[in-house]
Design a protein around this ligand. Sequence first.
Ligand code: EPZ
Length: 417
Amino acid sequence: MDKLLIQGGTPLAGEVAISGAKNAALPILCASLLSSEPLQLSNVPHLNDISTMLRLIAQMGVEVTLDGADGLVLDSRGLNNPLAPYDMVKTMRASILVLGPLLARCGEAKVSLPGGCAIGARPVDQHIRGLQAMGAEIHVEQGYVHAKAKRLKGARIVTDMVTVTGTENLMMAAVLADGETIIENAAREPEVVDLANCLVAMGAQISGAGTDVIRIRGVERLHGAAHPIMPDRIETGTYLCAAAATGGNIRLVKTSAAYLDSVVDKLLDAGCEIATERDAITLKAPRKLKAVSLRTAPYPAFPTDMQAQFMAINCVADGAAVIRETIFENRFMHAVELIRLGADIKIDANNAVVTGVPRLDGATVMATDLRASASLVIAGLVAQGETLIERIYHLDRGYERIEEKLSRLGARVKRVH
Ligand code: EPZ
């Protein structure tokens, strides 16, 4: 398995381009199942999760054609196998996003239940309950969700909690349903809005995306469209944290601070100078960061996907901070690895108290999940000496060419096989 070897201590400097958003691209790839006409995508990130999703829809009968450096054309005219098998779903829970589109387009679907994952049980009961409200007959047996519906009917759905992929699955199911669907307590994440924009380009009738009430009026069919994937706000935030932790000065292009207000606010509180342009953002770090407390919550509050990265910068900040994780039940696994690098972190249920230390010292650490691995990279960049990060396949799921982009910013990092 690949590892990442980092020589810490170099402030990041320079400019890199941010890739398309993984968490917008994944549902949008599934949206191609909804129309028999081609969907042309651009700014698609080259990530393992994207390749996995492409393999999954290709074995259903979708024709995938590469189109330039970061483009794809998806043609699901030949869709004939509404099945998502366990051996593909187990590697990526977002596979559940094919359920709604398959039901809407084919009237049936057999989708393996996604296993839990390191950060939590991550059930899909809200996806199932919402589809049942729209008239789907669903039963779960032998680890598969079996779903059938001649034609889904519009319904009013109130999810028990804010769920990003739950909102996305139900929105995609609703676009071809008979009548109007109202999703209340809907997720407001920018990736939900990007999916809605793509669906509208395909002829769907959706209003309210980005608010907690989304209305979808079903239509007979969708047509083809062309859609650029929005920039990845979590990749953007991750590089901002890496520059902040290393006392750096960087410029990120092909991105925007528009969807990162809560993260930018915390970086400003930590003493960073941040300038935003239409499609770029620059950060100049202070010599010493101030510790910042935070509490994760659904958008527009502080994103859980940035919690691990902020724990890393608090490890070397001045003072103590409290980090409260309210979305997932087990998303502090990076803490024990950071402690191996010399961090002072005390975990109490879903609270972590991080007290800044004068320095971290390189060591061998192990990545456990995607964003935890990003926090280990940040810590390795600031630690004295050499840090070896194992199991970086987690990183490759969500960060395109990370060692290349970091090297371009002056980091001393290389991938070892
Ligand atoms: C999406 O996951 C993202 N993944 C996650 O990013 C992100 O951390 C999460 O939203 C929260 O922002 C994608 O978009 C592909 P949820 P999702 O449904 O949709 C509970 C990353 O690092 N819940 O919003 O799976 C759930 O257990 C990944 O890129 C139910 O109980 O998250 C969690 O506690 C990690 N039943 C909470 O709701 C359900 O049916 C929020 O989960 C659905 C969710």
